[in-house]
Design a protein around this ligand. Structure first.
Ligand code: NAD
Length: 491
């Protein structure tokens, strides 16, 4: 069997998310730079990169693109980008070399392989990761991601971003991240419960309420946090159990979760958009915005922007993209997505392709899906004034250069999506003190904390005359450097 036969075979067993259960071909017709006017879009499939392996015939003289469900995205190495960003900050501020060397490595990388019984009686062995990047500022903190593209490099990158995020926001946590390489669509609810519990059990004391505290991320939610909490609490001595409630954050309210945690990341994004709009004379009333990703972060950001009087005009998620220049009601779309699993088929908007989505003219773009979405190809398409990065690592270095050249303002990820970890900190504090704060209190504290971080980043950008991404990195490194210098290196 040759290489391409092997690859086709590998993809044979995969199931498309597209309810039509078939390969879908998209031909893009565009007159933008880099794309041939009126011809097929040249490029590779943004999901599977099968290119020459596609079992379908190539169109005459054209290059095909498919939207096969499995999001085998082009994995430009996020970890290298994250380290490159640190180097960029070092070029501006001469941070201590030894401290930077410490911060370019992760402290612990835990890989667990664990068996889980499936509903047909077979046993599947899954691989899970927990990377603890740094805990100089406090216990390790970071989400758990369940996704087919999860691997150790991705988790290392995301753990490192968490360290910068907690440093910028002045909250007493370090940085960590974890995940399992799987597609939740392949498993039943009972299987997901067993997987989540068994993963927590396999991690054992590598997590803990005063040591490393997971939270939700892509494809995980408050229910999964409750299972992990219960599993952890069930494995400690009975008289210790209630001292472990804060082993995870992002829990359901009844299990010790905080008011406002579910919407916290989207709320933080919107507080910062509001602040940026005020500072830059943009009226949010009537302003237009587009959102990529309509899960926790994207849907909440979209719904809260509606309360500012802004108009959502285009949305893309893993099932497709939609456009309605007269406005899409994000609350109505959220109900549809909950019922149908994605935006595909939403009848109050027109289906559009990936390139049209990125080319849609709007005031604000909120990426809230996965990393490496704004690239050398897509950054040229964007016609927006502000990008508020709800997701982690949505912009790759080439895309970033283009945004700077095109003067598109960016509120960078480690600042913009920090609302989640800020309210996770509030949840942790409430659990430790046996307190329960109301929503107004949580929101007010979130706004104060995230806007203070915004001010620090803006001041650093002005002081060092750098872009906001570099400024955010400088703010984070300054705090970490100070702590390392005060404490010294043991022994
Ligand atoms: P989620 O699983 O709730 O939603 C993810 C969304 O992205 C879904 O709508 C999905 O359809 C979409 N998506 C996936 N692949 C896509 C693709 N190839 N093209 C277009 N859309 C795609 O996840 P979430 O919790 O909302 O996280 C989204 C991003 O925000 C991630 O980068 C995550 O790390 C980051 N983040 C999340 C939190 C949080 O509190 N949940 C906090 C900080 C940062």
């Amino acid at each position: 069997m040759n290489n391409s036969e092997q690859k086709i075979k590998k993809f044979d067993g995969m199931k498309p998310i597209d309810t039509r259960k078939e390969w879908k071909l998209l031909y893009y017709q565009h007159g933008r730079p880099g794309l041939e006017e009126g011809s097929k879009f040249k490029g590779i499939c943004r999901y599977c990169e099968l290119m020459d392996m596609c079992p379908l015939p190539k169109p005459e003289g054209g290059v095909w693109r498919c939207t096969y469900y499995r999001p085998f995205q082009k994995k430009s190495n996020l970890y290298n980008h994250v380290l490159g960003q640190l180097e960029k900050a070092k070029d501006v501020v001469p941070f201590d070399n030894d401290i930077c060397r410490i911060l370019t490595e992760t402290m612990n990388e835990i890989v667990v392989h664990f068996p889980v019984k499936m509903k047909d009686g077979r046993v599947k062995v899954l691989t899970g990761y927990r990377v603890q990047h740094n805990n100089a500022l406090g216990p390790f903190k970071g989400g758990l991601r369940f996704h087919p593209a999860v691997d150790i490099d991705e988790i290392k990158a995301l753990a490192t971003l968490m360290t910068w995020k907690t440093a910028i926001t002045n909250i007493p946590f370090g940085g960590a991240k974890g995940g399992i390489q799987l597609d939740p669509a392949d498993f039943s609810a009972e299987e997901m419960e067993r997987i989540s519990r068994r993963f927590a059990y396999a991690l054992g004391n590598n997590i803990g309420p005063e040591y490393d505290i997971p939270a939700p991320d892509v494809n995980t939610n408050s229910q999964i946090m409750a299972w992990i909490q219960d599993t952890y609490m069930s494995t400690v001595a009975p008289n210790e159990r209630n001292r472990c409630v804060h082993v995870v954050t992002g829990k359901p309210i009844e299990s010790g979760g905080s008011q406002g945690r579910e919407k916290a990341t989207g709320q933080g994004v919107v507080f910062l958009i509001e602040k940026w709009a005020n500072d830059n004379g943009m009226n949010l009333q009537g302003a237009t915005y587009t959102v990529q990703g309509f899960g926790n972060v994207g849907s909440w950001a979209a719904r809260l922007m509606k309360r500012q009087g802004s108009k959502l005009i285009a949305v893309e998620d893993v099932t497709g993209a939609i456009l309605n220049k007269d406005g899409i009601d994000p609350d109505d779309l959220a109900v549809y997505v909950r019922e149908h699993g994605g935006v595909h088929g939403y009848l109050k908007a027109d289906p559009i392709d990936h390139v049209t989505f990125f080319s849609t003219k709007a005031d604000i773009f909120i990426p809230a899906a996965l990393e490496n979405q704004i690239t050398d190809a897509t950054a040229e398409l964007l016609e927006v004034k502000l990008i508020a990065e709800g997701s982690n690592g949505p912009t790759d270095p080439e895309g970033d250069k283009i945004l700077r050249r095109r003067n598109i303002a960016v509120i960078p990820d480690i600042l913009c999506n920090s609302g989640g970890v800020i309210v996770s900190y509030f949840e942790w504090l409430q659990n430790k003190r046996s307190e329960f704060w109301d929503l107004e209190e949580v929101d007010a504290k979130l706004k104060k904390t995230i806007v203070a971080a915004y001010d620090r980043v803006r001041d650093a950008a002005e002081k060092y005359k750098v872009d906001w991404r570099t400024a955010a990195q400088i703010v984070a490194l300054s705090r970490l450097e100070m702590v390392y210098k005060e404490r010294g290196i043991f022994p």
